[in-house]
Design a binder for this molecule. Structure first.
Ligand code: HGY
Ligand code: MN
Ligand code: MN
Ligand code: MN
Length: 409
């Protein structure tokens, strides 16, 4: 089969147009899940997908599905997709590049007059980032059965707003059941969000899998008291105790390379200059490509928490509320990505995804692969996140050809 190129100006223009929704001062995007800005992005996407001839539906957790008909509509679609929601100070490519690459594949197939055997379906998954509502990858997680629909609809953000109510409010509480979805094959195109492709000067990452993740909520309860009258040896300072826990997360990750450990969220109560902090609520994010290493990191963390509580008289609750094991993508899909890349003449290397992606959960129920492209200095989850039109063209061209390979089988 010959190899096809996409229209990279059109892809780039769509990326820049979508980036205007929630645009931030330093060139990024803030479109938190299920906010009015997420609604605006979703509505623009649906308009474009319908203009490209897709039939659009929305499921019970707000996932959007855009179908381009195939010759045999009884066949499971070949899918692609990612997410439109962003981090609070996110970039304009994380997630968006994947959903707009899917749209460009449809637009290019229309230009080329190609009718595929299998239908083509683009998914826009709800709340991939897990920033406003935790955990991450909620939309794909419900469809894959990792989460129940009800627990996700009942989840709340830091202001106590319920996800199900927010879905209703923005008009994306769909009626398509979240169960029973199928793909003949699924691909997600995404910027790498790390430094390796750029460092190795490779144009494409052939993603063979994704590292596992464990998210914890830690609550440290000491005793609020007066900053001026409480002698140092009588204090139960929750913030001071948390500094040891934050350092331990760093030490555990470094003791298990290439594992990662991050404390991204800390809430101090009462957060007043002259009151000794009585309560800390903090997040802990541990990741590793090997499950046994991740379990060892997990155990070191819980052992340390017990010691720290005894040593400081600060009560510590560690809630391991989210976990998924390292993911291995489907060999045929990985091969389709590798062959498409080689046929198009792009340099490439195999790579494991450091970030979580919806494709990780789709791989629970469908043959799945991913395509990575470099990003400047490996920076992501930052307004300055950047890539080039050529790099986007390469990733989307590989997507088109990998999908065509699977759509004809
Ligand atoms: O946390 C992650 O890896 C993803 O960006 N949600
Ligand atoms: Mn992403
Ligand atoms: Mn992200
Ligand atoms: Mn992700």
């Amino acid at each position: 089969m010959s190899s096809f190129k996409i229209n990279s100006d059109r892809l780039w223009d769509s990326l820049m147009e979508m980036a205007k929704i929630g645009a931030t001062a330093k060139g990024g995007c803030k479109r938190l899940a299920l906010t009015d800005l997420d609604k605006q992005g979703r509505e623009l996407y649906i308009k474009w997908a319908e203009e490209a001839g897709c039939t659009v539906s929305v499921d019970q957790v707000g996932n959007i599905f855009c179908v381009r008909p195939g010759e045999d509509m009884s066949l499971a679609p070949v899918g692609t997709g990612s997410h439109l929601d962003t981090q609070p100070s996110g970039g304009k490519f994380d997630g968006v590049f994947g959903v707009l690459s899917g749209l460009e594949v449809v637009r290019s197939l229309n230009d080329l007059g190609i009718k595929t055997k299998h239908p083509i379906e683009i998914s826009v998954w709800t709340n991939e980032e897990g920033s406003r509502f935790a955990p991450a990858m909620m939309g794909s997680g419900v469809v894959s059965g990792r989460f129940s629909l009800q627990e996700i609809l009942d989840s709340r953000d830091v202001d106590g707003l319920r996800l199900g109510d927010e879905l209703q409010r923005i008009g994306f509480a769909g009626d398509v059941p979240v169960t029973g979805r199928q793909f003949h094959a699924f691909f997600e195109t995404h910027i790498e969000q790390g430094p390796y492709l750029e460092a190795e000067e490779k144009q494409i990452g052939v993603v063979t899998g994704g590292q596992g993740q464990r998210w914890f909520n830690a609550t440290l309860t000491g005793r609020e008291s007066h900053a001026g009258t409480t002698p140092m040896h009588l204090r139960k300072d929750a913030l001071l105790a948390s500094t040891q826990l934050i350092q331990k997360v760093e030490d555990i990750a470094k003791a298990h390379p290439p594992g990662c450990g991050t404390v991204g969220f800390v809430n101090v109560t009462p957060n007043s200059r002259n009151t000794i902090p009585g309560k800390i609520e903090m997040s802990i994010d541990l990741r590793h490509p090997l499950d046994e290493e991740l379990s060892a990191m997990d155990k070191e963390l819980s052992d340390f928490v017990a010691e720290l509580a005894a040593q400081t008289e600060v009560a510590i609750e560690l809630d391991p509320f989210w976990y998924y094991e390292p993911i291995h993508f489907d060999k045929a899909c990985v091969e389709a990505v590798r062959n498409a890349t080689a046929k198009l003449g792009y340099s490439h290397m195999d790579i494991i995804a450091g970030a979580g992606h919806d494709a990780c959960y789709v791989s629970d129920f469908a043959p799945t692969g991913m395509i990575f492209t470099p990003c400047l200095d490996g920076i992501s989850h930052n307004e300055i996140e950047s890539t080039t039109q050529e790099e986007c063209e390469a990733g989307c061209s590989v997507l088109l050809n990998a999908m065509l390979t699977m759509a004809e089988q």
